[in-house]
Write a protein that binds this ligand. Sequence first.
Ligand code: PA5
Length: 465
Amino acid sequence: MKSIVYDFSNMMAEQLGQEQGIRREEIDAVAERARSAVRNVQRKRGSGWLRWFGLPYQQENVGAIKQLAVEMASRYHNCIVLGIGGSALGSIALRSALLHPWHNTLPDEKRPGPRLFVLDNVDPDWLAGFFDIIDLEDSCFNVISKSGSTAETMSQFLLFRDALQERLGDSYVQRMVITTDAGKGSLRPLVQQEGYSSFVVPDGVGGRFSVLSSVGLFPAAVAGIDIDALLAGAAQADAETQAEDIWQNRALLYAVSQWLSYRRGKPISVMMPYSQALRDVADWYRQLWAESLGKRLNRTGQEIFAGPTPVKALGVTDQHSQVQLYIEGPYDKVITFLRVERFAHELSMPRWTTGQSGVDYLGEHSFNELFQAEGDATALVLTEARRANGSFILPELNAHTLGQLLFTLEVATAYSGELYDIDAFDQPGVEAGKIATYALLGRSGYEKRRQEIEKARANATRFAI
Ligand code: PA5
């Protein structure tokens, strides 16, 4: 299958000039550091927190996922995922990228699988409103939490379990699938106690690297996505991103060009798909990049407060919003476009000769030409304004090319961790927020933290009008 491409021409001094662009010699100068980044990551692949490297090859697990997915899809018209962060963003990205753009609103006979809802918030109005549109009796549920204790997911679990039990009695158990750690957390014991079907989030697969595990694959398979092709694409990207030569490895070049940009005063990394279907891949990437690279300490424990800030934009929508800032604001951003060469549909533009110059030329073109021209135009004016921009180009959008893209970005993240000299696989900031929530809500074991918070609150001066 044709590979995706990372085009970094508009990151380079040849296009942007010496002040804003990266010189080839700059890349060559860090080639040894890049080489050891690859060596370190590839040497550890399959162990510790790098066990997600094995996900493209997990055949046995995939068989079990597909079997239960087919069963659920044949029984229910809705699949509802309860999860947050890494336990939700992958499913959301797969849904938008690979299902019909209006999947959930298609009539039953036109949908390849159940509607897929991913509930990744606990806003009471939003959750309460969901009960107005969903037929619970025609729904299966996938509760996903690696830690098995995240407050948002556990509270949603309580809510839907209660509602289901009230309507269906104990038989509700048959429609609830739990995806969690093999041993840790509160969910695994409940699987045993109540008899839910379950999948394991494998050891060494952090939430943001879990899209190709049962976390992302089961909901995708229920909704009708070709998970074999997704994994095959990831395997292809794995093979293509192991080269130690920086000029031969697109994940490494992406990581290095982003890191060099960061070091030359561009701490903001914008991902801008020119594909409505890829909009949530940009969301998934925000978590991957932010949680992995935003760190206080380096690997020897020194405070460095490192990390690029990932921002999401969407072509063409944000051409009429954020792009003004990108072209004329500070030189503090690097923009990565996601481009698709061939769309599934060719949509022609009706011709109408009106004598109005703002209308008549459009009939000469298709929507495909318009959309591509808009992407080209944005890259062009950014480059003219000497703004760093690169593009991942997918020959077409399908499960295989998406698997390539997701895996390439995951590998680039691992290489980036080496370049920044940080642990790309922990998330102490996220954990701190979870712990504070548990303390505020009186979870046992968090009493000391609660006292600290209460004391700090009592001494805080409030400014509000
Ligand atoms: O990437 C991460 O580790 C986090 O974003 C988690 O995915 C998120 O906090 C949810 O955690 P869990 O799956 O343990 O409920």
